[in-house]
Design a protein around this ligand. Sequence first.
Ligand code: GLA
Length: 727
Amino acid sequence: MVEILREGNVFHLRNDQISYVLCELEGGVLAHLYAGPRLSKLDPVNRLRHAGLPVDGFSVQECALDKLPQEYPSFGLGDMREGALTVEAPDGSCAVDLRLVSAEILQQKPALEGLPATRGEGAAALKLKLRDAHTGLEAELNYAIYGDCPVVARSARLTNGGDAPLSVTRAMSLCLDMADDNWELITLTGSWARERHLHRRPLVQGHQGVASQRGASSLQASPFMALVRRDTTEAAGEALGVALIYSGNFVATAEVDHYGATRLLTGINDNDFAWRLEPGESFQTPEAVVCYSAEGIGGMSRGFHRLWENHLLPKKWVGKPRPVLLNSWEAAYFDFDADKLVAIAKAAADAGVELFVMDDGWFGHRDDDTTSLGDWYVDKKKLPDGLKSLGDRVRALGIEFGIWMEPEMVSPDSDLYRAHPDWALHIEGRDYITSRHQLTLDLGRQDVQDFIVDAVTTTLKDSGASYLKWDMNRHFSNIGSSALPANRQKEVPHRYILGLYAVMERLVKAFPDVLFEGCSSGGGRFDAGLLYYVPQYWCSDNTDALCRCQIQYGTTLVFPASTMGSHVSAVPNHQTGRVTPLESRFAVAMGGAFGYELDPRKLSDEDRKQLRGQIDYAARTQELRLYGDFYRLLSPFEGNDTAWMSVSKDRSEAIFTFVRALAQPNAMPPLVRMRGLDPAKRYRVEETGEVYGGDELMQVGLCCRLHPFGSGDAASLLYTLKAVDEA
Ligand code: GLA
């Protein structure tokens, strides 16, 4: 059930689980009333009285806006908190006073021009039109509520309805004024090889949150935040998550004001941002989604997972098997030729791998990372017979061929840069600054977009690749474009992202059968914006089993297992030097879209023999692992043990993973309480043959007994549970 009710001046969006309520006050001021569990009705008087405001006779005089919970506020007209919108008028003033002009309940959720957004099947949508009399600015606030998940989606579209140019210097996607500050804030932050680590801290008066001004949503922060009550756990309590469907500079902040009210804001980062609107021109913000659960952080995550699966990820790949792949990066780095790659591919094919991916190093004269990005023609020294020949040789082994590209970049040492130095982001008259010896192409330019589409098209066609790893390995500096006038230079980062989406849109349409996997120095830019185009994303360059417990655990807060590329790599691990058992590397990699990142020829005979069994297991459990309901059980951020499980929708099957980081002598084996099972069913643990009641597994737990002595560090259990008829 999903509906949008309009009673007088109150708009009530609701489904079976949640309500979102707002209302129009005198003069067209838009107040936010509520976002939370479903309500039958909400009386605005009560909510506004709490904020110390009269409903009748409400007036913006006397700084009343400072107390008013609002939908899309601006700073500077009495509200002292951070605003959602700042627009510079020709007179130099920046405040905007939006008043409701009209409201329309729509049959269909409109698509967002030029931006990825949730698809509106089964959603009810509301469009509110507001206007600022002083500047002529018009704002369209779009809302959608979904019937199948506890989610409201929001975005804003701004149009210059006046007769002079305006400059939008801040345009958030969402503002959510919460009544109290009795919350803790969860964010996901990190770095290269340490992506999406979970942090939780109580809110305090002032600002807190995450942001990126790196040009990408980044390794360092994810466009996500959640408020949870102090006693909220994985399994119980309130959790309200906000995610932004965007891949560029962003902010996500919680501001607690002096009355103890909390304002959440998320949208494009306004640092170094401005967008010029000529009369009649429009600006569309990205979409933000709010996901509420009373069933803890886990409930919120499952809400997000369902939203992305049902309404965002490319339909063609949702619910579908993913090929088990072997990627050449850690197997060969830049040091390969065709014969070596084919030999690795053959060993992989013999073990049951379904797709061989040639990573970096096949083009220009790229023997290291100092050169050739942009020169997307084959290095004849390494591959004398070209891409087609290599692809054919791999396919002759009975497996698919995939390829790596980093299309958004250019090396100063490249034919492309020599021919088009102005295609890189740059500031005229300043020296360029490289990172990983490379520059960023200016994707806001149409000619650059066309070049990228051509280069990728040719590469895919020449090689016959059925998979493309789309990498992006540096953040922005020298942020300028020779294609834009001085007064539009602050548009560069957002135009870049719009260009990236335009390129992606063209390519995924042109190659509907190619599996695209995103990557950005591992899991940088792992965000809902790109997941609209690519169904999976390389989760991290760090494939160490213990580090991956944290990275994958954090990632699942927002994203489902099917989106996380997770591979078994060699030991000692190339990022940490740690040696972990193959079983544990496998158990952890089973948490996502599975593959290998190693040279199978270099494995011991014993390890190599295990590959076939692993791949069979991965295929057999694929649907359950990737598309089941996901439950985090033990957090690697809180202790020595990690556990998670995935349960089939009909609760007849589950897969359970347990990892102990450091071996502990003379310790009792933990009882790990499972979740999501049917308490009335009995389940057989396939690996041990033991049978337990679902209620027992959830209330008492499963005794996770690793080998009692000398199991070593990074020991693990990987169990499949099947419901049995036995009474
Ligand atoms: C990035 C990626 C790696 C690999 C290298 C190649 O670091 O994250 O997986 O593709 O680039 O240069």
